[in-house]
Design a protein around this ligand. Structure first.
Ligand code: ZN
Length: 504
């Protein structure tokens, strides 16, 4: 048994029994408890019903602890499958965020699996995967998608070159590809080859290519999932083929890019129209996955909320804070002059977008949970919890939100036999929290939820208590404390404090 107390991790154990917990599963089942959950090494071996709410537990129904086994008393707590973040970036040079910082924030929020959609390269990611596997560092399971063309010496200009790159990427051990767009012939060749190899794919349909290739084209050619929302309104145009770009628009101007994007859903066909329904039916028939990442656009509809989030002071690195500031250069720092008009347009954009996503879910479509943190004032881990709240706002029942965060993600990465629900035979990935997250997702934030006691005292409740991955128990609050120290140290070195734009 390996124990790294400095990393706040313990295990795995030849036997682990989690006692007396209420299970909120990832398959849409209602909560159930108390149960005891038994684990051997990294696998779930049993979910044992041990009684009824408010009744003393039937000790004879409980699994027995073996020699060398570990008991975790979770009486009165809630347990969920480990969260899957379908859109992660492991820090970044421009952000000054190291993998260690990012991983701790993710793990502290119960994120045990991350689909990395574009990083420096597959070898860099594989090196991190090895370190995590050897328990040299705390971190999630990483599913690695390489940006299309990454590592290629010259631009990919023919379908044959596209197919060759796709084969090389698979041979290098990548799990899939992240696309931003290319000419139709190249997109088609790359997607078909990737599908033939049984690999996953994700696409951000960037405006530069979306005029000829939208979500419908991608899905028909074999794309397995779309990121964000770009490419969907374009598939829903009735009376145009490109969006209403103002004639002085420049894609390199971030204010143009994000302000005009906020008017895009209003340019699509009416919700519920024949075109709307047909598009949805086509995507449903292709078993296509939507990964909306609502949170990463939230600053567009309410900049002050994202900018003043209460966790920035304690957990946001100085380098990351600087990256978020209004700039003509940093991606997503589009605050050249972000005002009432932009925010109102974006609220309408969200309303229609959320309606599409909720309709898609109601008709049997797969919707997943992704964060895309490290941009636009969204912090790793915290932003994932915000995404849960936004799925709720889109109309999902809290249990549907949890399914999007767990089983749907597992299906989308082809790991539903190992992840996504708590059942015997699957990997032991859990989130344990002292409050009921279905009643209030805010209890999952590292900063907890605000509550008034009977005695009129204001307290904080929740914050993930334990994150368990592959049978290893992580003290989530301990990890968060390490992040706090990293941030304090960075601030001391630079004599830095967080100030608001233009006010220092
Ligand atoms: Zn991204």
């Amino acid at each position: 048994m390996l124990v790294h107390s400095q990393e706040h991790m313990e295990g795995p154990f030849n036997q682990l029994i989690i006692r007396g917990v209420t299970l909120i599963n990832g398959n849409g089942a209602p909560p159930m408890g108390p149960v005891d959950i038994s684990v051997e090494n990294n696998k779930i071996t049993g979910v044992h019903n041990v009684g009824y709410p408010g009744v003393e537990i039937n000790e004879s129904a409980r699994p027995k602890l073996k020699d060398g086994g570990k008991e975790l008393d979770a009486t009165g707590m809630y347990l969920l499958p480990g969260f899957i973040d379908m859109h992660g970036h492991i820090g970044g040079k421009a952000q000054g965020a190291t993998p260690e910082y990012v991983f701790k924030l993710w793990m502290a929020h119960g994120v045990t699996t991350v689909r990395e959609v574009g990083g420096p390269g597959i070898e860099w990611t594989q090196d991190l995967q090895k370190k995590i596997e050897n328990k040299e560092m705390a971190g999630p399971r990483i599913i690695s998608y390489t940006v299309f063309g990454n590592g290629s010496e010259k631009p990919i200009t023919t379908p044959e070159e596209a197919r060759e790159w796709v084969r090389k990427n698979a041979d290098a051990g990548a799990d899939g590809i992240k696309f931003f767009g290319a000419a139709p012939g190249i997109m088609k060749a790359a997607l078909e080859e990737n599908a033939r190899l049984g690999k996953g794919s994700a696409m951000h349909h960037a405006q530069l290519s979306v005029g000829r290739w939208n979500v419908l084209n991608s899905a028909k050619a074999g794309l397995t999932s779309m990121e964000h929302w770009y490419g969907l309104p374009e598939a829903l145009f009735d009376d145009k083929t490109v969006q209403h770009y103002p004639l002085d628009y420049n894609y390199q101007n971030e204010q143009h890019r994000f302000a005009e994007a906020g008017k895009l859903w209003a340019q699509a066909t009416e919700p519920g129209s024949e075109h709307w329904n047909q598009t949805m039916d086509t995507l449903l028939a292709l078993d296509f996955t939507l990964d909306p990442t609502f949170n990463i656009y939230e600053a567009s509809r309410d900049l002050m909320r994202a900018r003043r989030a209460e966790w920035h002071e304690t957990y946001t690195l100085p380098s990351l804070w600087k990256f978020y500031q209004p700039s003509k250069i940093s991606h997503g720092s589009y605050w050249h002059y972000w005002g009432t008009e932009e925010e109102v347009a974006w609220r309408e954009n969200f309303r229609i977008w959320m309606q599409f996503v909720n309709d898609y879910k109601n008709r049997g479509g797969r919707v997943t949970t992704g964060s895309d943190s490290g941009f636009i004032f969204q912090l790793y881990g915290f932003a994932y919890v915000r995404e849960l709240e936004l799925l709720r706002e889109a109309g999902f029942h809290p249990l549907e939100v949890i399914r999007a965060a767990t089983l749907n993600g597992a299906e989308a990465i082809g790991m539903e036999d190992k992840l996504g629900t708590v059942e015997p035979g699957k990997l032991a990935d859990f989130v344990i929290v002292e409050e009921n997250p279905l009643q209030n997702f805010k209890v999952l934030y590292g900063t907890g939820a605000i509550k008034l006691t009977e005695d009129n005292e204001v307290v904080r409740v929740g914050g993930v208590k334990y994150t368990i991955k592959d049978g290893i128990i992580y003290d989530s609050k301990g990890l968060l404390n390490e992040v706090e120290q990293m941030v304090e140290k960075a601030k001391e070195e630079e004599d830095f404090r967080i100030t608001q734009p233009g006010m220092d």
